[in-house]
Design a binder for this molecule. Structure first.
Ligand code: IVH
Length: 678
């Protein structure tokens, strides 16, 4: 009795495999990676092996290769084009070698040919009297498609064989493939023309060779490499290797990597070498093919309906696999940059297990539109970091929603800054966010900032790891005893460091602004800001519009500064720095005294006809400072409609009060003045 689940699974696998066969062979547009297809196929084969009663003639396991394209004429192969048996790992290769040695115990040494397994499509070229008469794809192994019109356009396929010692009828078998660089150029060109691009060089090769119009194939960078033969009266050489040299002598391209190797050890060494060189080749290969060299022994071994018994493909680990996105997380880097990272159902790819893949930035995330629950193609080529190539949109769960960019830092909860035109979103609380601590302190103490000598990167790491320093102000709480207790820190260096930290309190406004580590604020911008504002308080209260009026500061940097200084955590950290005793020379002299309202403090209350920020910016552009609370130092209270308690307070302190008209008049006078001055 066959269990119902088995019947159902077999039916399901067959349906799935047929669907993928169609996408692969007919449409040249596979939906899933080869490795995934192989997995489905292997599962079906295993079930059919366990329950042979289930095998039907139309099962996908019962034929090799794919469906022909009906518009192309069909060709019956004189000798079937078989597939290859796969060895996925070293034990499977050893098993192949063992079978050969068991079959021929006296054979010593056992010689194999070794060559790359090219990732293209198999074709058979028929030469009669040395002239190319027919080119066919493998098709289902028995019947293929006539692609003679296209094969004739491939420069590496000779239309006429060289020399004269070729057999009257020669069927050459080999692979048509596309080199990587040609593939990339082709896809770029297709993209430019708004046409569908190819998933990989192999599909590009297949799609090009199976065109009806040979002018298209002629423009595609296709190549041919021979690896064997089909119909051939009598092989003129006793060995595969020597036969391949013969093919080469007739002008047929063979692999420059073709070698004759000895025994299992020779196979292993060749495989290891090619694994290493794989990424340096300009064409894709997915393994190494080993063939028993002696042609008489090949014939003695024969073939199954699927593959010859004398050859094996030792496959490389899959570079492209399929997996599911379990979550999308946001990592906060040392500089506050938020990086979207996909957490994946762990899979083996390129020989290692991968459970996460970076999506680099939000542009990339949007472009690839990766969502939680998506099935994706993951690629890891060579030593390269694993990458999500694309989403398999056919498998998207209906409920999957686009990922939203977080508005709060996942580490510290502060606002995320993502100014328009920026690719990278960042946590805005640089002085506070634990993810940025080490970098913030390192920058703060660096030579061009507060220049704390002796506070190197390693020491900062230790101080932060110990929890002694969480923000710059904490440096000023460190004691000599504390530091002296650290490993590899003598009493004297502790004392020196404490002295250096104390010395750093006396600095310049420019250095301090630079030391805060505001994005986009290098030394030059820090200098501009220090010149324009009397102190940190004025800078902290300034509107973005005011900042933009400074020559050299554009809207993006202005937004970065405003965002940074508006963050309550940053403001508190700056207050703590001032409280710790950081100071700089009184900077009245530095302030542009020429500005007409320099030194005047304004407070605004009530509703004005223009947005308050605009009024504030205007006043600031004239050198005024605009604050929130009234004191004796306040020069003017600007009172709009329904002013509230500030008006009473101003009156009680004797602060002058302006209505909107009065303000406009004052601004008019001030701008007139400044123009007259300038
Ligand atoms: S020999 C009778 N040698 O791999 C032996 N095949 O997975 C038939 N392939 O259909 C194949 N490079 O398209 C052989 N050096 C190579 C190959 C190679 C690529 C392809 C070929 C074949 C498929 C089987």
């Amino acid at each position: 009795m066959i269990p119902d689940e088995v019947r159902q699974r077999v039916a399901q696998l067959r349906a799935e495999i047929r669907y993928h066969d169609h996408r692969y062979y007919v449409l040249d547009d596979p939906e899933i990676p080869d490795a995934e297809y192989d997995r489905l196929f292997a599962e079906l084969k295993a079930l059919e092996a366990a329950y042979p009663e289930l095998i039907t003639a139309d099962s996908p396991t019962q034929r090799v290769g794919g469906e022909p394209r009906p518009e192309l004429g069909s060709v019956r192969h004189a000798i079937p084009m078989l597939s290859l048996d796969n060895a996925m790992d070293d034990p499977a290769l050893a098993e192949f070698d063992r079978r050969i040695r068991t079959a021929f115990p006296a054979l010593d040494p056992v010689l194999y040919t070794a060559e790359p397994k090219l990732d293209g499509l198999a074709v058979s070229l028929r030469y009669e009297q040395g002239v190319l008469v027919l080119a066919a794809t493998r098709g289902d192994g028995t019947v293929g498609e006539d692609v003679t019109h296209n094969a004739r356009t491939i420069p590496s396929i000779p239309l006429r064989l060289l020399g004269g010692d070729w057999p009257e009828i020669l069927e050459v078998r080999g692979e048509v493939y596309m080199i990587r660089s040609g593939f990339e150029r082709l896809n770029a060109e297709l993209e430019r023309r708004g046409e569908r691009i190819f998933a990989n060089p192999r599909n590009a090769a297949a799609g090009s060779l199976r065109q009806l119009d040979p002018r298209i194939a002629a423009q595609r960078p296709l190549r041919f490499c021979a690896y064997g033969w089909g119909e051939l009266a009598a092989p003129p050489e006793p060995g595969q290797f020597a036969m391949m040299q013969r093919l080469a002598s007739w002008g047929l391209p063979i692999s420059p990597e073709l070698r004759l190797v000895e025994g299992l050890e020779g196979c292993r060494a060749y495989f290891a070498e090619l694994v290493n060189r794989r990424s340096t080749l300009d064409y894709e290969i997915d393994g190494v093919v080993f063939k028993l060299d002696r042609i008489d022994l090949q014939q003695a071994l024969g073939a199954t309906s699927h593959h010859p018994r004398w050859a094996i493909a030792r496959k490389f680990p899959a570079q492209e696999v399929m997996t599911v996105v379990v979550a999308i997380e946001f990592q906060v880097g040392r500089t506050g940059a938020l990086t979207p990272v996909a957490r994946l159902q762990p899979v083996q790819v390129g020989g290692v297990t991968v459970a996460r893949a970076s999506l680099h930035n939000f542009d990339e995330l949007k472009r690839k539109d990766v969502r939680v629950g998506d099935t994706v193609i993951l690629r890891r080529a060579g030593e390269v970091i694993p990458e999500i190539v694309r989403v398999i949109s056919e498998r998207r769960p209906p409920a999957a929603r686009p990922v939203e960019i977080p508005t709060r830092c996942p580490v510290c909860g502060s606002d995320v800054l993502y100014p328009p035109g920026e690719v990278i979103a960042r946590c805005g609380a640089g002085l506070w966010c634990p993810a940025q601590r080490k970098e913030t302190i390192r920058h703060f103490a660096s030579r061009r900032a507060l220049d704390i000598q002796g506070l190197g990167e390693k020491l900062i790491d230790r101080l932060v790891d110990l929890g002694w320093v969480r923000e710059p102000a904490d440096l000023y709480q460190l004691t000599r005893e504390q530091l002296a207790g650290l490993e590899r820190m003598g009493d004297k260096s502790a004392a020196n460091l404490i002295a250096a930290i104390a010395r750093s309190k006396e600095t310049s406004l420019e250095r301090l602004i630079y030391a805060l580590g505001i994005r986009g604020v290098g030394e030059t911008t820090a200098r501009l800001l220090a010149k324009r504002f009397a102190g940190l308080a004025e800078l902290m209260d300034a509107e973005a519009e005011t900042l933009m009026q400074i020559e050299g500061i554009g809207p993006i940097v202005a937004a970065q500064i405003k965002g940074f200084l508006a963050d309550p955590h940053n403001r508190a950290a700056i207050d703590r720095l001032i409280a710790a005793g950081i100071h700089w020379p009184e900077s009245r002299a530095l302030q542009p005294a020429s500005l007409p309202l320099a030194g005047k403090t304004f407070v605004i209350t009530g509703t004005l006809s223009r947005p308050r920020a605009a009024v504030k910016a205007k006043l600031e552009s004239l050198g005024a400072r605009v604050t929130d609370s009234i004191s004796r130092q306040t020069a003017y209270l600007v009172a709009g409609a329904s002013p509230g308690s500030k008006l009473a307070k101003a009156k009680s302190l004797g602060v002058r009060v302006l209505d909107e008209a009065g303000l406009e008049a004052l601004i008019g006078r001030a701008t007139g003045l400044s123009k007259a001055d300038g």
